[in-house]
Design a protein around this ligand. Structure first.
Ligand code: MRU
Length: 332
């Protein structure tokens, strides 16, 4: 296991500009091969940034938006057409609305300020995540536990999925920093294993006590009283509060309701989509069958049809609180 520490208070090293290269290039930590291999992918235009997003080199809603902003800036600075760069990036993945949010913010910016704007989006995201963490800590404190909280999380809504620090993992980090976290339970997140590969690694490198479980163990963990609350991120929140997040999130919300556990969604406001009336209007990405048939080069499934939606929609009625940089929002 490598010892690389993910900085949690600076724009993460997983997305960075190489300013020594002329023209500048975007360096992305390749999240497809973490945690066993630490490799970097270089992008110098919108096409390369879009490919990195589509191929999951970089993933997680805010990180996708930040990458798109850098890709847009580099493309236009190299003489590319703004509308074309925007189209290429917008077509890379459909569900995370942060992509559209970032491109719409970049489009009117004068060319000479584009890189500064992308850096601003990146830096702001880290500050936003710290604010989300602080608000989430209030929810932890409201539980009134006389011991550390045991939080369950799904997928990776951590430093790697954002500019740094994380949203759901930001709440976990804030609780840990305040001495209020006993342990986080991370679901492995089949089929792409963001929980096992990325969240578990972030916890390991940040010294956060973490127990890894397969997704099918969540119900038993809750029934045995091993979980106090569930906290997840989101790719898009509709105007009615419905939440699109990694496949399996909806099931966790149902389980949390059944066991009387709070279910919290930690999101930057760039993930809120007032133009999307309900969860039914959120486009859900469907991914390759081979992701379910096996992993990497390995195949273990029999040769039958596969359905592989990357996200599901959790109805707002199952959410106890939305945690944004502005504060805490309840169903009322
Ligand atoms: O397919 P992914 O890995 O991009 O999915 C990521 C998630 O579902 C995250 O939970 C979400 O983007 C929130 S990241 C702060």
């Amino acid at each position: 296991m490598n010892e690389r520490q993910i900085p949690d208070d600076e724009p993460g090293e997983h997305i960075r500009l190489d300013l020594s290269a002329v023209p500048h290039v975007l360096l992305l930590l390749d999240q497809r091969v973490l945690p066993r291999v630490v490799a970097t992918i270089r992008c110098s235009n919108a096409h390369e940034a879009a490919r990195a997003i589509r191929d999951m080199v970089v993933r997680g809603a805010p990180a996708i938006g930040i990458t798109a902003a850098y890709g847009f800036a580099l493309d236009v600075l190299a003489g590319g057409d703004r509308q074309r760069a925007a189209e290429v990036l917008l077509a890379s993945r459909p569900t995370a609305v942060n992509l559209r949010w970032a491109i719409e913010r970049m489009l009117p910016v004068p060319t000479e300020r584009l890189l500064d704007e992308a850096v601003a989006i990146h830096r702001e995201d880290v500050a936003i995540n710290r604010a989300i963490g602080a608000h989430g800590l209030r929810l932890v404190e409201r539980l009134g536990l006389d011991r550390g909280v045991r939080l369950y999380t799904h997928c990776n809504a951590g430093a790697l999925a954002t500019g740094g620090y994380g949203t759901a993992v930001g709440v976990i980090r804030a609780a840990h920093e305040a001495g209020r976290l006993e342990r986080v339970m991370a679901g492995e997140t089949r089929p792409y294993l963001q929980g096992a590969r990325l969240t578990a690694w972030e916890c390991e490198t940040s010294g956060i006590p973490c127990t890894l479980v397969t997704d099918s163990m969540a119900a038993a963990a809750m029934a045995e009283g091993r979980v106090d609350a569930v906290v997840v991120g989101a790719d898009r929140v509709a105007a009615n509060g419905d939440v699109a997040n990694k496949i399996g999130t909806y099931g966790l919300a149902v389980l949390a309701k059944h066991h009387g556990l709070p279910f919290w969604v930690a999101v930057p406001e760039s993930t809120l989509d007032p133009r999307c009336p309900t969860g039914a209007d959120i486009p859900i990405e469907e991914r390759a069958a081979d992701e379910v048939r096996g992993y990497g080069e390995l195949r273990w499934a029999a040769d039958v049809d596969v359905w592989n939606p990357a996200f599901d929609v959790t109805p707002a009625a199952l959410v106890d609180a939305w945690i944004t940089e502005s504060g805490l929002w309840s169903p009322s």
